[in-house]
Design a binder for this molecule. Structure first.
Ligand code: HEC
Length: 267
């Protein structure tokens, strides 16, 4: 009878240990081996199992996206209302409304069957600069990818975005440069030739809050913003991981004492 109970307890304890190990592994960010040049590992506020986004940084990053990147890149998965949701830039209701109202959206048909334009609303997507990838490629030399999920779709994540945006160089003599090409050794495609011209210049975006608007700062801010768009529930996941860990620690403690009690009763 007691033996059975001990067996049961040790099975549960083994399960708890395995589950705890799994929780540790899944919260630690596993970095895959990189093939390109070594990229800087930025000390992001959202790194590690307890990391959170820096609200001001996400707001600045949105400004960089809106004023610079959005003229070429779409961000189809993000709606204006997302900008006010918990865990993100957390703009207030009126701020979200005002940001959405900056764009014009085609809507309709109205009662007489005509399409009409209205100011943007929370339910609208970030406006796409081109009607389709072909049109974008025809004017830019290559289609700029949608930025919604890109920070999670590339090795290095936000470190890669930051390295790319700050990594333009003069092409080495042995690299043949096609017309409209730019040299950037960090470009994931490998050749180092990218159709995107260096998008950021010193002082380009006016932050209005005294944050220095260097290329390095703007690229960090927009990379953090892209990390949020790619994983809007990151903070929730970190919180959940922490709670699960506490739960498992308490459970392991209880099992430890229960096992000791059962064994000591035997003698
Ligand atoms: C003038 C248009 C233009 C602007 C402005 C621009 N991009 Fe691009 N971007 C492109 C094009 C075109 C490509 C595709 C390059 C290629 O395939 O050679 C690209 C590619 C990229 C890639 C590489 C994706 C990959 O496949 O690894 C990233 C990341 C990126 N852009 C981010 C940004 C960010 C962030 C901004 C704003 C700071 C920005 N871009 C502004 C045109 C632009």
């Amino acid at each position: 009878m007691k033996m059975k109970m001990i067996q049961k307890l040790s099975t549960v304890a083994a399960f708890a240990t395995v589950a705890m190990a799994a929780a540790f592994v899944s919260t630690a960010s596993v970095q895959a081996a990189e093939s390109g040049p070594e990229m800087e590992h930025v000390d992001w506020s959202f790194n590690g199992p307890f990391g959170t986004f820096d609200r001001s940084q996400l707001r600045r990053g949105y400004k960089v996206y809106k004023e610079v990147c959005a003229s070429c890149h779409s961000m189809d998965l993000i709606h204006f209302r997302n900008l006010g949701e918990p865990g993100g830039p957390e703009f207030s209701g009126p701020e979200v409304k005002a940001l959405a109202a900056e764009i014009k959206v085609q809507d309709g048909p109205d009662q007489s069957g005509d399409m009409f334009e209205r100011p943007g609303e929370g339910k609208d997507k970030m406006p796409a600069p081109y009607p389709n990838p072909e049109a974008a490629a025809a004017s830019l030399g290559a289609a700029p990818p949608d930025l919604s999920l890109l920070a999670k779709a590339r090795n290095g994540g936000p470190d890669y975005i930051h390295a790319l945006l700050t990594g333009y160089k003069d092409a080495p003599a042995d690299v043949a440069m096609p017309a409209g090409g730019h040299y950037n050794p960090y470009f994931a495609a490998g050749s180092g030739v990218i159709a995107m011209p260096p998008p950021l210049a010193e002082g380009q975006v006016d932050y209005g809050d005294g944050t220095p608007n260097t290329v390095d700062q703007m690229s960090k801010d927009v990379s953090a913003f892209m990390m949020w768009t790619a994983e809007p529930k990151l903070e929730q996941r970190h919180r959940m991981g922490f709670q699960v860990m506490i739960y498992l620690l308490v459970l392991a403690g209880i099992l430890f004492f229960a096992t000791r009690k059962v064994w000591s009763d035997q003698h």
